[in-house]
Design a binder for this molecule. Sequence first.
Ligand code: HPA
Length: 228
Amino acid sequence: MKAIIGGTGFDRMEGLALTRGVVENRYGESELFVGEGLVFLPRHTSAHSVAPHMINHRANIQALADLGVDEVVAIYAVGSITDRLRPGEVGIVSDYVDFTGRVHTFFDEGEVVHTNSDEPFSSSLAARARGEMADLVDNLVYVTTNGPRLETKAEIAFFARQGFDVVGMTLAGEAALLAERTIATLALAYSINWAAGVGEGSISFISDEEIETLKGEIIRLSRTILSV
Ligand code: HPA
């Protein structure tokens, strides 16, 4: 079984016969859309009603594990810190930094497990993605902030000096838990704005039409990569 995890702009997946379900496991509830060989998980729910810092990543990732998911394409809307990935562009995330302060683990009782994080994402899924879309930006470093507020200019200037490329609020938690459940993951970031203080003037987002176009491209790419 394969899964696509969608975020902001990707709360619904049109054009596929998927059945909505709410599953419950020991970590809580998760809303999923299940079809032939594919699960779609909208991390903020299909109503986009769960803020990033409130997402129950453990319930979501456990639900995927329980369905036998072994490969995931996880899609993240991000802000651009550098011009390596500009608003309206899509890229592959190869590494991340966690500034959330949240604890993201399944191993918090009974068993002490330190999961390797030196290669957090699947190199074979990334190779498939590069083979499908030659102009994908590669090797992005994603810094995860707690949110839900956007960053200050000083925070983004600090992140830029560290060499981080893009900023968002959700990847670190998901990546850690997917790794703990040994689910191979491709993380795709698409930029919807220049981060605070990077572009001209105050933060502005790309248009809904641009997001729709990008969404179409990314869903086609994700389905090809996962053969679903
Ligand atoms: N900051 C944090 N998360 C985001 C941003 C941003 O600028 N854009 C999209 N998600």
